[in-house]
Design a binder for this molecule. Structure first.
Ligand code: NAD
Length: 356
């Protein structure tokens, strides 16, 4: 099969980790007979330097016309003093908006080889952590009406948590569909004992559940969910939740995995087109030194194969190669511990390719 991929490598370590990602994808393509055609476009600080804006129209057009988008990372000290609308990070929000991406997928997978880096007691994670948080990305109080007003108690400020049936329906469907591709267990997280928006959310999730009788569905209030994640992390499969709850829970879950250099993510909309990127930023402190961990970006590439292209087997080959290389004791500096073998960005990419 033939796929057209837009590449926004970005700033700092973005281009370095992206290079390894592309080489791994090409090796997988060769192995399975697929061809990936890449179009490199500018976004973030490098686009500001060249065009005076973080997200040029051309970048949006190329991304829209592609089957999928790979993003490295954007930002850096050089652009830190620019006004908000000109900051490199505008490229991220702008792209998500322009591409209609409303579902954010954040897997938290603890590789057994890195179990020592997990802050939880070994007995809590001995069965392996493999959680997928599906977070609504474009609604809720981050985008609801906000403002200030005078009250008897002085100045007050508000941010409105608002969700429509359709917004909940589409994210719930994503949650169920991803559960179908995994272990068919979905946990809905809301706060319906207190919030009216959560009561609507819960009723829509229950309605959508009728379309997915194979999926085991349970519900947790967000405060309880944050406790259960720590107490019984191995019992979760897919979590679906709102923007603000997902923001917090996905960061909580990610802490079980050892390093920010290991965390991939995806943003999806209605169609197949998605944007795939590591969770970490451009890490200007280590850029250009061949020491960044490319695994988060390489695993984002695997997510693209699975969720945009439906190439589950090919994605698994990448994930298995990563596991194998970690089992063999190879580590980049961020996940290094005594007794393991320290390698650089390029070497880690090469090892993963050799073990596909
Ligand atoms: P960061 O994620 O870039 O770095 C935080 C720490 O983690 C640093 O010490 C860094 O060296 C380390 N780190 C990050 N990725 C790593 C990797 N792959 N391998 C090894 N170590 C890694 O966060 P920050 O320092 O807060 O932000 C730096 C810049 O990135 C800022 O301009 C910020 O706005 C931007 N940023 C961009 C994104 C994005 O593009 N999605 C996300 C977060 C931050």
């Amino acid at each position: 099969m033939n796929f057209k991929i837009a590449v926004v490598a970005g700033d700092g370590i973005g281009p370095e980790v992206m290079e390894e990602n592309i080489k791994v994808l090409n090796a997988v393509g060769e192995k399975f007979g697929h061809s990936f055609e890449y179009e490199y476009v500018l976004g973030g600080g490098c686009a500001i330097d060249k065009y005076g804006e973080p997200l040029p129209r051309h970048t949006i057009d190329v991304c829209k016309a592609s089957d999928s988008v790979l993003l490295g990372a954007v930002g850096g000290w050089k652009w830190d003093t620019l006004p908000g609308n000109l900051r490199p990070e505008k490229a991220l929000l702008g792209l998500r908006g322009a591409l209609g991406l409303y579902a954010n997928l954040r897997p938290a997978t603890l590789h057994q080889a890195l179990a020592g880096a997990c802050p939880l007691k070994p007995e809590l994670v001995k069965d392996g952590v493999d959680i997928m948080v599906v977070r609504e990305l474009t609604g809720g109080m981050y985008f609801g009406e906000k403002g200030r007003k005078q009250t008897d108690m002085g100045e007050a400020a508000y941010d409105v948590e608002i969700y429509s049936e359709e917004e909940v329906k589409r994210i719930a469907r994503r949650g169920f569909e991803i559960a179908m591709q995994r272990n068919k267990h979905l946990t809905n997280v809301d706060k319906q004992n207190v919030l009216e928006s959560s009561r609507l959310w819960r009723s829509v999730v229950l309605e959508v559940a009728k379309e997915y009788p194979e999926v085991e569905l349970d519900h947790l209030y967000v405060d309880n969910a944050s406790m259960q994640l720590i107490m019984r992390p191995t019992t979760f499969d897919v979590i679906v939740t709102s923007n603000i709850f997902g923001d917090i829970l996905s960061d909580e879950a990610s802490q079980m995995t050892g390093s920010i250099g290991m965390l991939p993510s995806a943003s999806l909309g209605d169609g197949k087109l998605g944007m795939y990127e590591p969770v970490h930023g451009s890490a200007p402190d280590i850029a250009g030194q061949d020491i960044a961990n490319p695994i988060a970006t390489i695993l984002s590439g695997a997510m693209m194969l699975k969720y945009s292209f439906g190439l589950d087997e090919e994605a698994k080959v990448i994930e298995d190669a990563v596991t194998k290389v970690l089992d063999m004791g190879y580590r980049t500096a961020d996940i290094y511990s005594e007794g393991t073998k320290k390698v650089g960005t390029k070497e880690m990419g090469k090892l993963i390719r050799e073990n596909l």
